[in-house]
Design a protein around this ligand. Structure first.
Ligand SMILES: Cc1cc2nc3c(=O)[nH]c(=O)nc-3n(C[C@H](O)[C@H](O)[C@H](O)COP(=O)(O)OP(=O)(O)OC[C@H]3O[C@@H](n4cnc5c(N)ncnc54)[C@H](O)[C@@H]3O)c2cc1C
Ligand SMILES: NC(=O)c1ccc[n+]([C@@H]2O[C@H](COP(=O)([O-])OP(=O)(O)OC[C@H]3O[C@@H](n4cnc5c(N)ncnc54)[C@H](OP(=O)(O)O)[C@@H]3O)[C@@H](O)[C@H]2O)c1
Length: 440
């Protein structure tokens, strides 16, 4: 009882801290804008010293937003964001939109909203991918442009080879929407669906599929004795009950060791073979650190993460100007997620603003268990929210009424009106033409 009261207190403390941090940043940005309007600012052509940010998802976009708005109006620095995706890809809804039809466009949020209010010349946005990094510059994949940097942020996150349900693996919104529609059609036309991996992605997609299509045989194969095994026992139990309530067949302590796509049979480590009509790989992601393989190979850990100092500078004394945050960073965060990535991004941004002013970076990142809060959907109409500090845990069950989950909130948080997107108007002919011949 006392432990639970302690948990509530910590949650309240954390919430107040987050609100205070947001207010502080917003106030700082407002002062910079006011200074720029009173005394003028240095134009883009005079801002020749680059702070290059590689990747603009939860972590990188946040660094860009804070730094661009915090650089003084006459700073010679500017932010250069390099991101291959046409839109911010909202991972939270991907498992849901692989099953439920009609919301695909909501998973792709236009970029730009979070940069509103940054003074002119404070940032440049480049749609491309970084192919190589040396000690002074990054080289882009498509244009071949070489962009020198004085500060560098690696926020390349994590990825999967097979793409959906976990990651889109397409840079363009329309292409991503088609991939989601292909998954939906695959589930819709299957009798038996095999889902591999009982982490959050696997549990969510399996429960959604069974909730929408109760007549189908949905099988979830997971390597460990319990689904959601990286979380507390309460969540493990709730997830299992959610799967069983719907009638998902659960195979635990076994692994898929072979998937034969031509005969549509998976083989498990135990020797068991399962025929399927549709297969969904939710076996987990790997950090995308290859981008620094030439720059600082020794900073890549055995898990593929980038080793960091508490200031989130990479763990290479010869590169004090290189930072990292989010899923790619080796922060020992027990449950890496958008909250921990965003908090790390704030630390990186504030350190870079200090360093660009000639000061020592002094902000440090410490894991806080509250970052690990998870809201797990267990079918279309319910979810469970879990928080735990390793000693005690709290679980809240909720009814869900919004099929698109938190899409609208995320669009608003990204400074965009849900779900207005000029890109969709510009591509309306293609969207209509495709709606009649969705790929399976
Ligand atoms: C299916 C799923 C559901 C999830 N649901 C939740 C949830 O409900 N709540 C929650 O808090 N967290 C959730 N997460 C976790 C959350 O999505 C991640 O923690 C978060 O996306 C990490 O953000 P990031 O910026 O570090 O990296 P990422 O989101 O992985 O983004 C990295 C970015 O870098 C770009 N990039 C990569 N390589 C290069 C390069 N060479 N050059 C330029 N750009 C590059 C990519 O295009 C991408 O935009 C979920 C994750 C998944 C997979
Ligand atoms: N609602 C949410 O907040 C939400 C939703 C989705 C994802 N996420 C986050 O996104 C990240 C990725 O999640 P994820 O679910 O994609 O990955 P994950 O958490 O790594 O889970 C994948 C699981 O699949 C198991 N597995 C791997 N290969 C297997 C195989 N061949 N056969 C059977 N099981 C296998 C892994 O266990 P082994 O270790 O034994 O290989 C692992 O436990 C996590 O941080 C997660 O918390 C959050």
């Amino acid at each position: 009882m006392l432990e639970k009261a302690g948990l509530y207190t910590k949650v309240v403390g954390y919430t107040l801290y987050v609100i205070w941090a947001e207010l502080r940043l917003a106030l700082g940005a407002a002062i910079i804008r006011r200074q720029a309007s009173w005394f003028g600012s240095l134009g883009a052509e005079k801002r020749t010293r680059n702070i290059v940010i590689v990747g603009a998802s939860f972590a990188g976009y946040r660094v860009a937003q804070i730094v661009a708005k915090a650089l003084p109006p006459r700073s010679p620095y500017r932010v250069v964001v390099i991101e291959p995706n046409s839109h911010f890809q909202f991972t939270w809804v991907l498992p849901r939109f692989c099953v439920v039809q009609g919301h695909e466009h909501k998973a792709f949020i236009p970029y730009g909203g979070n940069m509103k209010g940054a003074i002119e010349g404070s940032y440049r946005w480049v749609k491309d991918k970084v192919a190589n990094i040396d000690r002074t510059a990054v080289k882009l994949q498509d244009s071949g442009e070489v962009i020198p940097y004085e500060f560098l942020v690696i926020a390349t996150g994590a990825g999967v080879k097979d793409g959906l349900p976990s990651r889109v693996n397409a840079t363009d919104k329309l292409e991503g929407m088609k991939l989601l529609q292909g998954m939906q059609k695959g589930v819709e036309s299957a009798n038996t669906v095999v889902v591999v991996g009982g982490g959050a992605a696997g549990v969510e997609v399996a429960t959604d599929a069974k909730a929408l299509y109760p007549e189908k045989h949905i099988i979830l194969v997971h390597s460990r004795p319990a689904v959601m095994h990286r979380f507390g026992r309460g969540l493990q139990k709730a997830a299992r009950e959610g799967l069983e309530r719907l009638g998902v067949e659960l195979i635990l302590e076994d692994r898929v060791v072979d998937e034969d796509a031509s005969s549509k049979v998976v083989t498990l480590k135990s020797g068991r073979k399962i025929s399927y009509d549709f297969y969904m790989n939710c076996a987990g992601q790997r950090p995308l650190s290859d981008v620094i393989a030439n720059l600082s190979p020794n900073s890549i850990s055995s898990t593929g993460h980038i080793k960091v100092k508490p200031t989130l500078q990479i763990d290479d004394d010869s590169l004090p100007n290189v930072y990292t945050c989010g899923d790619v960073a080796d922060t020992k965060t027990p449950n890496p997620n958008s909250r921990s990535g965003t908090r790390q991004a704030t630390v990186v941004a504030e350190n870079i603003v200090l360093a660009a002013a000639g000061k020592k970076p002094r902000h440090i990142y410490k894991n806080q268990w509250v970052d690990g809060i998870i809201k797990l959907t267990l079918g279309l109409d319910r979810s469970v929210t879990h928080l735990g500090d390793g000693i005690s845990e709290l679980l809240f069950s909720s009814k869900e009424t919004d099929e698109a989950l938190m899409s609208a909130m995320c669009w608003s948080r990204m400074g965009e009106k849900p779900f207005e997107d000029k890109y969709m108007d510009d591509h309306s002919a293609e969207v209509e033409a495709d709606s009649s011949k969705v790929p399976v």
